[in-house]
Design a protein around this ligand. Structure first.
Ligand code: TRP
Length: 451
């Protein structure tokens, strides 16, 4: 008995590290540092930020807990996890289609994610060699104008992703992330301090936090909610797949709170590092996907040792992207290999090849295809992003919430959640049953029938 306990507590310590690391690795990525600031910028700043925070707390966190509950209970890839828990709860195994939609969303997201991450890789070299040769907006324009250039780096990033996933994600990336994520955190704090001293800090803080709901539209709501799902990595089974590898004696709720807080903190820090520089250089906060590249390069241009700190920043950003992209690939790969359809290596190769091909469209939407509109006035990349962030992820999250709130056996849920304050449990259940599904449904409804 005594020995058992010791073994358990030892195991739990190792387990705790690995899960939180892998899950924060999945959560913290381009969504925080590239996506959040530019979306806040194009959506008028503070209103977007506040709605985003509300979505994280009221919809994101409860759904994250639910995904992990399902994943750990089943111990399978998301498709089979949904099916298995559905059968155990005496309801239809059609719920497995939530897993399928997750695999689809993962491939779609990975396709454009890899193009943007490729630009990060490219910037490692740009910030090391060509600082000051060109203004940073011109530099970005040059980078995205060449399809060959974008495709080259897109290919490199996709190969990295596929290699790590095929090797099994547990060892390699887990160890890498343990050192590199804290480094990224420190460097972010350094960039925040630099921006405080050298940038227009007051204006940036007002822009990000002064409550101004005057130009909130239904689209702001949808974008903020989509961003919350994207940033936490919810709605497609990433964290469900990771939950399957989580030790049984881990506390799901406190782990989720850690991951969600860390993720939110990095996004806010990125905003506070970027906007003071944007305002100080009279750049436009609403300039779109180039925001982080333009602002950071301007800072490194001015900074002493910029040609060393710049590459370091983009290396760490690329690694943050890599620890996220692998979680996009994992649900599909886990399914194919679990079913014995293909080996892990072949599944990783095949799925990443599909994502790579789709990614060509996203790379071209910066140049050759920039005038082609697909879904209303969106180019190819924006259309894929719209389908995933604003439809598949929120809908996936909504079905997961409905499943756990209304269909999954309460005894199974209680078993996974473990000892918890009954009021907290009741609160979570209330959010999962009512708030999260209606929240998502309303926001999507208003997207199609704007007020
Ligand atoms: N959360 C990651 C980011 O912010 C991207 C990501 C990883 C993701 N897994 C996901 C997004 C699952 C949506 C769904 O960059």
């Amino acid at each position: 008995m005594e020995i058992n306990k010791q073994l358990k507590s030892h195991g739990s310590w190792i387990g705790k590290w690995t899960f939180v690391l892998a899950a924060s690795g999945s959560a913290v990525g381009l969504g925080n540092i590239w996506g959040f600031p530019y979306k806040a910028g194009t959506n008028g700043g503070s209103a977007f930020v506040l709605i985003y925070l509300a979505c994280i707390l009221m919809i994101g966190l409860p759904i994250m807990i639910s995904e992990i509950v399902i994943g750990r209970r089943a111990g399978n890839s998301p498709v089979n996890a949904m099916r298995r828990i559905a059968i155990d709860s005496n309801t239809t195994s059609l719920w497995r289609f939530v897993g399928w939609s997750g695999i689809l969303a993962g491939v779609l997201i990975l396709s454009f994610y890899s193009v943007i991450a490729g630009i990060c890789l490219n910037y490692i070299f740009i910030s090391a060699t060509s600082l000051g040769l060109m203004s940073s907006p011109d530099q970005f324009a040059k980078v995205i104008s060449s399809p060959f250039n974008l495709l080259f780096w897109h290919t490199i990033f996709m190969i990295f992703t596929a290699l790590i996933v095929s090797a099994g994600i547990k060892d390699g990336i887990g160890r890498m992330v343990k050192i590199l994520m804290p480094m990224l955190g420190l460097l972010m704090i350094f960039m925040v301090m630099y921006a405080m001293i050298n940038g227009d800090f007051d204006k940036a803080i007002k822009f990000l936090f002064a409550p101004d709901f005057s130009n909130v539209t239904s689209d702001t709501l949808l974008q903020a909610m989509g961003q919350a799902f994207f940033s936490l990595g919810l709605g497609m089974g990433s964290i469900m797949a990771y939950g399957a590898y989580m030790a049984k004696d881990q506390d799901i709720v406190s782990n989720s709170v850690s991951v969600a807080s860390l993720d939110t903190m990095v996004a806010i820090l990125a905003g506070i590092a970027i906007f003071p520089i944007i305002f100080a250089f009279n750049l436009e906060p609403n300039s779109g996907p180039g925001l982080v590249f333009v602002s950071m390069l301007s800072a490194f241009n001015q900074m002493q040792f910029g040609q060393f700190i710049g590459p370091l920043f983009f290396v760490l950003l690329s690694i943050a992207a890599l620890s996220s992209s692998i979680s996009l690939l994992e649900p599909g790969v886990a399914y194919l290999s679990e079913e014995g359809i293909l080996s892990r290596r072949k599944s990783a190769g095949m799925i990443s090849l599909i994502a790579w091909i789709l990614g060509i469209g996203s790379a071209l939407s910066f140049n050759a295809w920039s005038d082609f509109k697909f879904i209303s006035d969106r180019n190819f990349l924006d259309s894929i992003e719209f389908i995933t962030n604003q439809l598949l992820l929120p809908l996936g999250g909504m079905f997961i919430a409905i499943f756990v709130g209304w269909f999954m056996k309460k005894s199974l849920i209680k078993d996974e959640i473990g000892e918890i304050n009954p009021i907290l449990f009741g609160l979570w259940l209330f959010f999962i049953k009512y708030i999260a599904p209606t929240g998502v449904a309303l926001v999507i409804f208003f997207q199609f029938f704007p007020i």
